[in-house]
Ligand binder design. Structure first.
Ligand SMILES: N[C@@H](CCC(=O)N[C@@H](CS)C(=O)NCC(=O)O)C(=O)O
Length: 212
């Protein structure tokens, strides 16, 4: 039995998209942000810090979204991942680059332009957005280059890196973050969006990252 706990965040989208790509049978459970549900003793048995996403598989509690994605691939004969140490390292490298660099700055857009409004935390900070835009302009060409000769970020086959990157880059549909100058990223984004996994994932995230 696989249960994924989440709400409208990048990290939950990553896990659901990976589960859909792998064709796994799972239950998606929405954990409310405002009601304190995340900090109940029951939920904190699943995520000890009371955060989302998290999941339960055969009685084991697992958290940290990138780890969740890798785990789901590992229980699926390494589909979306690899048995080859070098290819696995390439996938991990891309996942880490997204998590620590591109994703960090896209999270700034999400916080400033979506979360602040949704949770009454004030107006977006223009300086923070400008800083994020500057770093993304340095970093997105690297991702664009990975896609110059390949359909996917780590080669000719889709991997967890694509699902993880997609969940982050999806923010461009809901914030002022733009990808239009990066043609390969645009092409890849449209390809990812056309996959059946995208439609299935979106059923759990009506309105995407919008809280309106
Ligand atoms: N690094 C974690 C991030 C988890 C996280 O910070 N979740 C946020 C939402 S994106 C959360 O649950 N915040 C509520 C809280 O900390 O009370 C992951 O990738 O899963």
């Amino acid at each position: 039995m696989l249960k994924i706990y989440g709400n409208k965040t990048f990290n939950a989208v990553k896990a659901v998209l990976v589960a859909e790509e792998l064709g796994l049978d799972y239950e998606y459970v929405v954990i409310d942000f405002g009601s304190g549900e995340m900090k109940t003793p029951e939920y904190m048995k699943i995520h000890p810090l009371g955060k989302i996403p998290a999941m339960e598989h055969n009685g084991h509690a697992i958290f940290e979204s990138n780890n969740m994605c890798r785990y789901l691939a590992n229980i699926s004969d390494k589909k979306l991942y690899s048995d080859d140490p070098l290819q696995a390292s390439k996938i991990d490298q891309t996942v880490d680059f997204i998590a620590h660099h591109v994703g960090k700055w896209i999270t700034t857009y999400f916080f400033q332009e979506i979360a602040k409004k949704a949770f009454g935390r004030g107006e977006p900070d223009a300086a923070a957005i400008e800083e994020a835009a500057g770093f993304l302009e340095q970093q997105l060409p690297y991702l664009n280059g990975l896609l110059a000769d390949n359909d996917f970020l780590c080669g000719s086959e889709i991997s967890i890196a694509d699902c993880i990157a997609f969940a982050m880059i999806m923010a461009h549909e809901y914030t002022s973050f733009e990808i239009k100058d990066h043609k390969n990223i645009c092409r890849w984004y449209d390809q990812m969006k056309a996959r059946p996994s995208h439609e299935a994932m979106m059923k759990h995230f009506p309105g995407g990252y919008s809280f309106d």
